[in-house]
Design a protein around this ligand. Sequence first.
Ligand code: S3P
Length: 168
Amino acid sequence: MQNRFYLIGYMGVGKSTWAKRWAKQRSCPVHDLDQLIATEIQMPIDEYITSQGELAFRKVERSVLHATSHLDGIISVGGGTPCFYDNMEVMKALGTTIYLHAGVGFLTKRLVDSAFAGNPRPLLAGVPIDSYGEFIGKHLLERLAFYEQAAIRIAVEKEDVLARLSEL
Ligand code: S3P
């Protein structure tokens, strides 16, 4: 249990990037739940969400999350993972949960940049770019109650993320 860490937080906060940096420093395995899901369903998750709908995605996400009980190391999960079913409880039972927090302005900028770079998030598909800030503000607020259950909270805009992670 001490060797399994879950990085959670809103889309665009940098979970996968920090997971890779920390794993390199720690010399331990790193996993990305979205990639594990893509392997399971044998297609990119964006394509799956668009064709099968979000509910179907959440069901696969839940089952692949349960299967992480066989993995060691650092696991970054999707922004919505902690907010469905008993996923937050499952992660807390299986390892140490770490919430990477950032404010709406930071997240909006990251997600707008990503959309302009041709990599829009499927969940933001119907949202006009100039409404990203409003959407993200409300969405983050809905999700905070789940994210804040994490054992550890790191404010990525204010703290030295790698230094905090290396204390663990
Ligand atoms: C989602 C976030 C995505 C991915 C899926 C749903 C969400 O992961 O799991 O598109 O509900 O916030 P990232 O947080 O890595 O973008």
